[in-house]
Design a protein around this ligand. Sequence first.
Ligand code: ZN
Length: 374
Amino acid sequence: MEKIIEQFLEMVKLGGASRDERAVADYMTEKLKELGCSVYEDDAGERAGGNTGNLIARLPGTLPGCVALSAHMDRVSNGYNIKPSFTDDGWIVSDGTTILGADNVSGLASILDGLRRLKNSGAAHSEVEVVLSICEEDGILGARLLDPSLMKADMCFVFDSTGPLGQIDVKRPYKAMIDMEVVGKRAHGGSPEKGVNAIKAACNMLAGIREGRLDEESTSNLGVFHGGPKEPGTVCGSVKIRCEARSVDRQKLMDYLKYFEEYCREHIKGSGARLEFSYEIQHGNCCYTEDDEIVKLAMGELRAMGIEPTLGLTMEGCDGNVYNSNGVPCISFGMGNANAHSLDEKVKADELIRSGELAERLILAYSRRQEGKK
Ligand SMILES: [Zn+2]
């Protein structure tokens, strides 16, 4: 069995979740050290309430520059007691009672394999920085807690896209979280005229608002609506609402947030309730085209492997959104994964094997480029 597949299966079986990345992190630390890396673990675990920090591993190089490879160590829920097996047509699947964990064990295995190939080749290369986050599945929390000054790379390849090998996600959105409270007045349900019902005010306020799919690169979602006392015999005095909005384009996002606030303020009028409104931009975007250096480099390597690249837009954020906002250009690769986050999650074994080859090629292509600049 290929080493990358063997390690993929081992890591999948270790189990894990956001805030419980310990087993996977210890495995990666050991293997990275065997490959000649130094490994540093930050304090993000304590700050996130978990048992593991982000890992930053460094493989020294003899050529100038530094290139990063990134993946995340956590997985969505139902990620323990995974029993992977092979289908006749070459997929690795779970037994259907759990996720497979290919999101993002495929990325971890690809990075290890890329470094192993690099070591075996003996080729000269630039410094390689491996950035492995915690709590990616929980609002990209680990990457947001990472001290940006720990990343020295001037380019980062993220191995965390869903899709076939050849898929490169070059566009990912900004994301804003919107927090609202509709404050009415609590009263006895038998004397409703003494109260102001926050549920009714909030529903009327939101009933006609533009949300959901906004355009091809923008979405919004009314996600959480929470309020009321325990007893239905009380007029509801307060409702809290959490929403989010995303757009690849910053101006579109800002315009939508302005519209959203103005719409709510206009439509709370006359209800007797008042509105508290705030938002925060949770992370920035990634937005590259085939004219950008990082994309050209990746497309060149995929073509050299005989694979025609596809440039994609995904509305999901990833660690790359944060690193990119911190000034390190990021794009993200498919590795033959499908049905992420579901019990039908699977990965195509032969594409995963070639993802390791891609990781090595990206490091070498970056290194050649740096050598040319000397
Ligand atoms: Zn992922």
